[in-house]
Design a protein around this ligand. Structure first.
Ligand SMILES: Nc1ncnc2c1ncn2[C@@H]1O[C@H](COP(=O)(O)OP(=O)(O)OP(=O)(O)O)[C@@H](O)[C@H]1O
Ligand SMILES: [Mg+2]
Length: 476
């Protein structure tokens, strides 16, 4: 029988005599071990004490790109074209668990593994072999994505709207899903840029891979580089000992969604351009080139072309991102979709709260259809959610809407780009009002940005951007 001994995170096993049960000697039939070995997705190599391969499982042969039968009884150093790190274990007789290794193979480039090594000893305590288990870190990232929710949540089915201009945007996005080209989503705040990005990723051939979101507006400038590119161990004070895989590595095999790309500082734009062109980069403090396979979807509520003219955005990066440009129309450009969206959200929130779905009378629907919706679909969704939570009536009338729409008018279209055409004085007044509303909301919500953004009917991203624009800090 094999007994596993775990001590100090170093794993060893000792081979002992089979258990005697009565007069019978019981042992596990050989086929069991083979089936177990082959059902594991990590690579496993069983080595004797001199480093000769006793067996390798199917996953191991696939990961190393070798033939299983060919490799049996060969020395482990013949299996790969770099120095196998397991040789150190054979020498030191010290195993380990889940250690990260970055190895360089002349034929396959940089290989990033998580490995464990288990030393096997006989009854006398002498090492008789080693079990070497390993997995590629790329697969670890997609596993992390599976377990941490770095997955797309919406598909095209969740996108509501019949307006021809809007359907054109959906149609273009479906075409984008079928290709690997970079996508630039443009639209005012709350028009659905993020939901489109989810859907494009989910319907693409990378749909099962990670969907990693980076909000360029909410990342402090000092952290953008390490967040995107990661760092090697000990590259700066406060860096994690084992290093850190940045968003580019995390998104390998999937999609990187760069939200609020217009807020990316110019020097980072240059670095980003290089990764987009070559799909290679190095971690901070590292020297190895890392190659990634990902698609970039960027989103902005600014007019990027205008930012290019003003010198705030690199022209070359703009053209790289702009391979497929999709403009999502604002809600006031598609008023016919308003009743549709109202019904959709009434149903969604009534079902969530276990309430009957109310109807909306004609006059109320007219009012909703003529309102300008500066916060677009997000604002409308917010209003409907409040109606469901606060109202008990089976039919919603104009009077139920007034308090909300009037308050919203006073808030003067937070998140709206409509204000751009207002005369200067009016604009200043609106900005002052907006600032005031943001301060108030942050104070009511005890500086919690998520809660405050909900209260204001704008996204967290927009609120961060506005806070930056008006120099409102978290503890103002
Ligand atoms: N066409 C749509 N159908 C259903 N829900 C939508 C639609 N468009 C937007 N929404 C909903 O509206 C809300 C805001 O959408 P989203 O976050 O995608 O907007 P955004 O354009 O990214 O806004 P911001 O620029 O402020 O980040 C989300 O809850 C989203 O699910
Ligand atoms: Mg967004």
């Amino acid at each position: 029988m094999i007994q596993w001994t775990v001590s100090n995170r170093v794993v060893e096993t000792r081979i002992e005599t089979p258990t005697e049960v009565g007069t019978l000697t019981r042992s596990v039939p050989e086929g069991f071990y083979k089936t177990i070995l082959d059902s594991i997705s990590d690579g496993i190599i069983l080595l004797d004490r001199d480093g000769y391969v006793l067996d390798i499982n199917a996953a191991g042969a696939t990961i190393l790109g070798i033939d299983r039968n060919w490799s049996r009884f060969r020395h482990v150093s013949e299996l790969v074209d770099f120095r196998p790190v397991i040789l150190d274990v054979l020498e030191s007789e010290q195993g380990y668990i889940e250690r990260e290794f970055i190895l360089h193979s002349p034929s396959r480039g940089r290989l990033h593994f998580i490995k464990s090594a288990i030393v096997i000893r006989n009854e006398e305590g002498e090492m008789i072999g080693v079990i070497d288990t390993f997995r590629r870190v790329d697969s670890v990232h997609s596993m992390i994505a599976r377990f941490t929710g770095a997955k797309a949540k919406f598909c095209f089915h969740d996108i509501i709207g019949k307006d021809p201009l809007f359907r054109e945007a959906v149609q273009l996005s479906r075409l984008a899903a079928g290709s690997s080209a970079n996508v630039l989503l443009e639209g005012e705040s709350g028009t659905g840029k993020e939901i489109f990005a989810h859907a494009i990723h989910k319907e693409s051939s990378r749909g099962n891979g990670p969907f990693i979101i980076v909000n360029c507006a909410s990342l402090p400038i000092s952290l953008i580089e390490s967040e995107l590119f990661g760092y090697e161990s000990g590259s700066f004070t406060g860096a994690r000992k084992e290093g850190f895989a940045g968003k580019f590595e995390q998104a390998n095999g999937g999609t990187l969604f760069l939200d609020e790309i217009g807020e990316m500082p110019l020097d980072m734009q240059a670095k980003l351009l290089r990764v987009i062109q070559d799909k290679t980069f190095t971690r901070i403090g590292g020297s190895k080139e890392i190659t990634v396979d990902l698609r970039i979807i960027a989103a902005t509520n600014k007019n990027l072309q205008e930012q290019v003219w003003k010198g705030n955005f690199r022209e070359d990066l703009y053209y790289r991102l702009n391979v497929l440009r999709i403009h999502i129309p604002s809600l006031r450009e598609r008023p016919a979709d308003i009743p549709l969206l109202v019904r959709h959200f009434l149903r969604k929130y009534a079902l969530r709260d276990g309430k009957p779905i109310p109807t909306v009378d004609t006059e109320a629907l007219r009012l909703l259809s003529t309102y300008s919706w500066p916060g677009n679909v997000r604002e409308l969704e917010n209003l409907v959610e409040r109606l469901i939570v606060l109202n008990r009536k089976s039919q919603i009338g104009v009077n139920d809407l007034r308090p909300y729409l009037e308050a919203s008018k006073k808030g003067a279209g937070i998140g709206s780009s409509q204000t751009a055409s207002t005369p200067v004085d009016g604009l200043r007044r609106l900005e002052a009002l907006e600032k005031e509303e943001i301060r108030k909301a942050l104070s009511i919500c005890s500086r919690n940005v998520s809660h405050a953004s909900k209260m204001l009917g704008i996204s967290r991203n927009t609120l961060y951007r506005k806070m930056k624009q008006y120099s409102i800090s978290h503890d103002d």
